[in-house]
Design a protein. Structure first.
Length: 568
C-alpha cells in the first residue's frame, strides 16, 4: 500500500525508504524518538544520528508516516546545505583542503583597503549588502574555515529572473539567512516550493506581528471541508485550549495561514503559521507546527499578548519568533475586527503550479530569487535567498554582529597553554578593543562544539579577560574582572568562589595574615586555586588546549567526523 499526500511527488513509504537507504550509504543511521500524537491529525517526531547526536531533525504531519517523512526530509535538507555545521569551525586541516564546503566554491581576496571584490556578488547585491561601501571585506571570511589568508569563500547561486550566476559569500548566508529558505524533496519543484513557502511564512508572519495586524477567522463551514484538520482543532479545544484559526493571506495575496493557541491557565498565547499555495496544506502546516515536539502539558510559559508595539516589533522579539515562536504578539491581533477580509483562497493544484505561482508572486513583489541546488548527498536539496525579503537577521549585522569575529582571536585561543606573556597581553588588548559584550560565550564565537558544564562551555568574554589579566599580572584588570564575575550569576558557584577569593587576596595588605580566615571562608581547595592563578603557577583555570582542529573537544571531533562523511 502506498500513501500519497497533497504537495508531495512520491509516496510517503517510498520517500522514507529511499532517504533511509541513502543516509545509511553515507554512514548516517538515525534514531527515531519522541513520537507524539495526543490530538487527532497532529503527529511529530524527533530523529538524531547515532554517532553524532548534534545532527538531528524534527518532523511534523497529519499522520505518523507524514511526520517521519518530514523528519527525514529535514535531515537531508540540513545535510545537503551543510546547515548542521553552519555555527561551527571546521579546523585548520579542513580549511586548507582543495575545497572546504563544495567543489563549486570560489575564493576571493579582499581588495585594497578592505574593498569587496567586484567579481563577487553582482552590482545589485553589492548595493544591498554594503550600501555605503564601509564594511571591510575581511569580515566576510567564513567562521567555518576561518581562513583569513585564503580569503572569502562564496558559492554559486542562480538568479531566476535571468538565469545569471553570482557568487554569494558563505558568511553572508550564515549570518543573515541561517535556515530560512532551505528544503529537500522528492523533486526539484517540490523542494523549491517548500523553500519558497517557508520564506513567505516567515516574512508575512513578521509583518503581521510587527504591525500588530488583526487577521480574519476562518468560517466554520470552510473548516468543515477539511475533516482531519477540523478533528485536530476540536481535539485541542477539548483539551481546554482556546484555538483561533485565521486567514493570514492579507486579503488573498499571500499563501499563509495561522492557528493561535490561547492557554487559559497562564494566559499565554502561541501563534503558529504555515504556508503553501494550497489552502489546505498551509492550514495543516500551521496546525501541526503548534505541537511539533511539544506535548500538551508543555504548552505553558508562552507570553501574554502585549500593548507596547515598540517591544513587539523590536528585532529581538522578531528573532525569538523565528527561533521558537515564543515572542510577544500584540493585543491588536486578538481583536474581533480584522484588518483584512477573509478570502477562501487556493492558488494552485499541482507541484508545478505551486512552484510557478510562488516564483511569480515574489517577482511581483519586485524581489529577486537566488537558488543554489545541492544533489551531492543523493537527494535533491536547495537553498533559496530572496534579498530584502527572506533575511532572518538585519543586513546591518554584517558589520555589527558578524559571526566572523572569532577569526581574529581563534588562532591564539586554540593554543592557550603555549601563549607567552606578550601574546596574552596582545590578546587581552584585542578583546578590549573588539567591542564584544562581556556576556558573549566563547564557544559561540569560536564555533566550538563542547559539552555543557565544561569550562569552555561556561567561558564568557568577561571571564577570559580576567584570566588573561591574571596571566600577565594586570592587577587592575583582575579586580575589574572579578567584580564582573561577582555580578554574573551564570558561572558555576565553585568557579565564582575562586574569583571572589582572588579579589579578597588582592584587597588585603598581607595575604598570609588572613590565610587561615580565608580557608574558613572559602575552603582549602578554593584558596589553593586562587593563589596558583595569582602567582601564575597555573594559568587559564582548567581550560583544556583545543588545538588547531579542536582536538581538545571529543564532541567537536564527532561533528567533524560526520562532516567528512559528506565527501566519501
Amino acid at each position: 500500500m502506498k500513501t500519497f499526500i497533497p504537495g508531495k511527488d512520491a509516496a510517503l513509504e517510498s520517500t522514507i525508504d529511499t532517504m533511509q537507504a541513502k543516509l545509511a550509504a553515507r554512514g548516517f543511521n538515525l534514531n527515531e524518538s519522541s513520537l507524539l500524537h495526543e490530538v487527532d491529525g497532529i503527529w511529530s517526531t524527533h530523529m538524531k544520528d547515532n554517532d553524532c547526536p548534534m545532527l538531528f531533525s524534527n518532523g511534523k504531519g497529519a499522520t505518523e508516516l507524514a511526520a517521519r517523512a518530514s523528519a527525514y526530509g529535514e535531515f537531508f535538507e540540513r545535510l545537503g546545505t551543510h546547515y548542521f555545521w553552519t555555527h561551527f569551525h571546521l579546523g585548520e586541516t579542513r580549511a586548507n583542503r582543495p575545497f572546504v564546503h563544495y567543489p563549486q566554491e570560489r575564493w576571493f581576496k579582499p581588495g585594497p583597503d578592505g574593498a569587496w571584490p567586484a567579481e563577487m556578488l553582482n552590482p545589485e547585491l553589492h548595493a544591498f549588502y554594503n550600501p555605503d561601501s564601509e564594511i571591510d571585506a575581511e569580515v566576510l571570511v567564513d567562521l567555518n574555515s576561518g581562513n583569513v589568508e585564503r580569503g572569502i569563500c562564496a558559492l554559486p547561486y542562480k538568479r531566476l529572473r535571468d538565469d545569471s550566476e553570482t557568487f554569494i559569500p558563505v558568511n553572508i548566508i550564515g549570518n543573515l539567512y541561517v535556515s530560512n529558505g532551505m528544503a529537500a524533496g522528492n523533486t526539484m519543484m517540490e523542494a523549491r516550493s517548500q523553500a519558497l513557502s517557508e520564506i513567505f511564512e516567515r516574512q508575512i508572519k513578521y509583518r503581521i506581528i510587527s504591525e500588530g495586524l488583526c487577521l480574519p477567522e476562518v468560517p466554520d463551514e470552510v473548516l468543515a471541508r477539511f475533516p482531519n484538520i477540523k478533528a485536530g482543532i476540536d481535539g485541542l479545544r477539548r483539551a481546554g485550549f482556546g484555538i483561533l484559526v485565521k486567514d493570514a493571506s492579507l486579503g488573498g495575496k499571500y499563501p499563509v495561514m495561522n492557528v493561535t493557541l490561547v492557554h487559559p491557565k497562564d494566559q499565554g498565547v502561541f501563534s503558529s503559521y504555515g504556508a503553501h499555495p494550497r489552502f489546505e496544506i498551509a492550514l495543516e502546516r500551521a496546525m501541526t507546527e503548534l505541537l511539533q515536539g511539544r506535548a500538551l502539558d508543555s504548552l505553558e510559559g508562552f507570553p501574554e499578548p502585549g500593548f507596547d508595539m515598540s517591544e513587539i516589533n523590536a528585532v529581538a522579539n522578531l528573532e525569538i519568533h523565528f527561533v521558537d515562536s515564543s515572542g510577544v504578539i500584540s493585543w491588536n491581533f486578538m481583536g474581533d475586527t480584522p484588518d483584512y477580509p477573509f478570502v477562501d483562497w487556493n492558488f494552485s493544484t499541482t507541484t508545478e503550479e505551486d512552484y510557478n505561482w510562488l516564483v511569480d508572486c515574489i517577482h511581483g513583489e519586485g524581489k529577486d530569487i537566488y537558488v543554489a541546488d545541492f544533489s551531492e548527498q543523493g537527494a535533491y536539496s536547495c537553498r533559496i535567498l530572496v534579498p530584502g525579503f527572506s533575511e532572518i537577521y538585519p543586513v546591518e549585522d554584517l558589520e555589527w554582529e558578524n559571526n566572523s569575529i572569532g577569526n581574529l582571536i581563534r588562532p591564539k585561543l586554540v593554543r592557550l597553554d603555549t601563549l607567552s606573556a606578550e601574546e596574552c597581553a596582545a590578546l587581552l588588548e584585542d578583546l578590549q578593543t573588539m567591542n564584544v559584550n562581556d556576556e558573549r560565550p566563547l564557544w559561540e564565537i569560536l564555533g566550538l562544539a563542547i559539552p555543557l558544564g565544561t569550562p569552555w562551555k561556561q567561558l564568557r568574554i568577561g571571564e577570559l579577560k580576567t584570566l588573561l589579566a591574571l596571566a600577565v599580572g594586570d592587577q587592575d584588570g583582575i579586580l575589574e574582572g572579578c567584580d564582573w564575575i561577582h555580578h554574573f550569576k551564570d558561572l558555576a558557584p565553585a568557579r565564582r568562589l575562586v574569583y571572589r577569593c582572588i579579589e579578597s587576596m588582592l584587597n588585603v595588605e598581607d595575604v598570609d595574615n588572613y590565610r587561615r580566615s580565608m580557608v574558613l571562608l572559602y575552603g582549602e581547595d578554593t584558596v589553593r586555586q586562587a593563589a596558583a592563578l595569582l602567582d601564575r603557577s597555573e594559568r587559564f583555570f582548567g581550560l583544556d588546549t583545543l588545538g588547531a582542529d579542536m582536538q581538545g573537544s571529543a564532541m567537536h571531533q564527532t561533528l567533524l567526523a560526520a562532516y567528512d562523511k559528506l565527501f566519501v
